[in-house]
Design a protein around this ligand. Structure first.
Ligand SMILES: Cc1ncc(COP(=O)(O)O)c(C=O)c1O
Length: 368
């Protein structure tokens, strides 16, 4: 079904088509120099020494855990309110996700509960900079120093956000972005891991290249470890590279749209806005509000051609995370509220003020 006012629209201009066509004409379709350029553009934008492209955020998360040596017997703490891929990646490498609640206002992992959930087996935390709201690294770095854990950040939605002036992707041991079409920079499907650690960068690259590397003792290609194929083709990288040329323009546009929504929604009794992390700058990958009767309101908006959407999922309520091999907390009030009340509003390139006003007017009418 197509909506008159969609949730998001991929940014595909002539420059994107030009770069994709150049790749098609070159005949070099697999991962190659354009992927390298895309990686370099993300690394330099984020301000980190290494960026390694993947087929998705999910395969990037899995590989990040693998190269950090996390597997069977290890625990990784994740938030309950997130896309299932976060905890799914932990299970795929054989480790145990420990699922804790989120703060009901920021929708980010509850740092106090995170600390309480720490055990002898905790190797890493995988916090999520959800919807583009940056994590509080004052809190996370304190915990990292206190417990010696790794921070592997699921930043699927957070390209362009920052905390205390430093971009998401330059804080954590490894940070993983998504380029799924819901994201404002999209390659159709795709992901990227950033890390300041050279050894992990080499291992990430090696794993997604079938375990291929080089060895001083032998000539040519050598398969040093077991790996797989999670490469990003030149074709998809061309899409991302062309959009990265104007990443700041695209981001500023989203921030202007967000400001406009915030003004239109100011002082609403029945429509509340999640909080942005203090000292953080939101990328507004998703513009979320809290409303009672979310499902009814979402349905009514959709019937009027407005593609409103739920925020994301509450993992402990999903069958996949209810059996063995998961450690759950006793209660999840923050996540349950988020799951029941979060509604994401349309926000896309070249959305007009009139369209935003229409969304807000119809939303207000639905909540009354
Ligand atoms: C928080 C989070 N993590 C992971 C993913 C999965 O990303 P991908 O589709 O690139 O694998 C998503 C998808 O939107 C997400 O929102």
């Amino acid at each position: 079904m197509s909506y008159r006012i969609p949730l998001i629209r991929p940014y595909i201009n002539d420059r994107v088509k030009e770069l994709v066509n150049e790749v098609l004409d070159s005949g070099f379709l697999t991962e190659g120099p354009v992927t390298k350029s895309f990686e370099r553009s993300v690394a330099s934008y984020v301000g980190v020494s290494n960026a390694i492209a993947f087929t998705s955020c999910t395969t990037g998360l899995e590989t990040a855990l693998r190269v950090a040596g996390i597997g069977r017997g290890d625990e990784v703490i994740v938030p309950d309110y997130t896309y299932p891929a976060t905890a799914g990646a932990v299970r795929i490498v054989g480790a145990t996700p420990v699922i804790v609640d989120v703060d009901p206002e920021t929708l980010l992992i509850d740092y106090h509960q995170l600390e309480e959930a720490m055990s002898y087996n905790t190797k890493a935390v995988m916090p999520v900079s959800l919807f583009g709201n940056p994590l509080d690294f004052d809190q996370l770095m304190t915990l990292k120093e206190r417990y010696g854990i790794l921070i592997i950040e699921d930043a699927a939605c957070a390209l362009g956000s920052s905390f205390k002036g430093q971009k998401t992707g330059a804080w954590s041991d490894m940070t993983v972005f998504s380029f799924h079409p819901r994201k404002f920079i999209t390659t159709g499907e795709g992901g990227m891991v950033t890390t300041p650690n050279e050894q992990w960068a080499r291992a990430l690259h090696q794993y997604k290249h079938f375990g291929m590397g080089s060895d001083d003792q032998r000539e040519g290609v050598v398969f040093l470890t077991t790996g797989t194929n999670y490469k990003m083709s030149n074709i998809l990288a061309a899409l991302g590279l062309a959009q990265m040329e104007i990443v700041d323009d695209l981001l500023n546009e989203r921030r202007v749209l967000a400001r406009n929504y915030l003004q239109l929604l100011d002082d609403q009794e029945k429509i509340k806005i999640p909080l942005t992390t203090e000292n953080g700058i939101h990328s507004y990958q998703s513009f979320a509000v809290f409303v009672r009767n979310r499902d009814r309101i979402m349905k009514q908006l959709r019937e009027q051609g407005i593609e409103a959407q739920i925020g994301t999922y509450s993992l402990h309520q999903q069958p996949a995370f209810q059996g063995e091999g998961v450690r759950l907390s006793r209660q999840y009030p923050g996540s349950i509220r988020a799951w029941e009340e979060t509604l994401v509003l349309p926000m896309y390139h070249s959305m007009t003020e009139a369209e935003q006003s229409e969304v807000v007017e119809k939303l207000k009418a639905c909540v009354e």
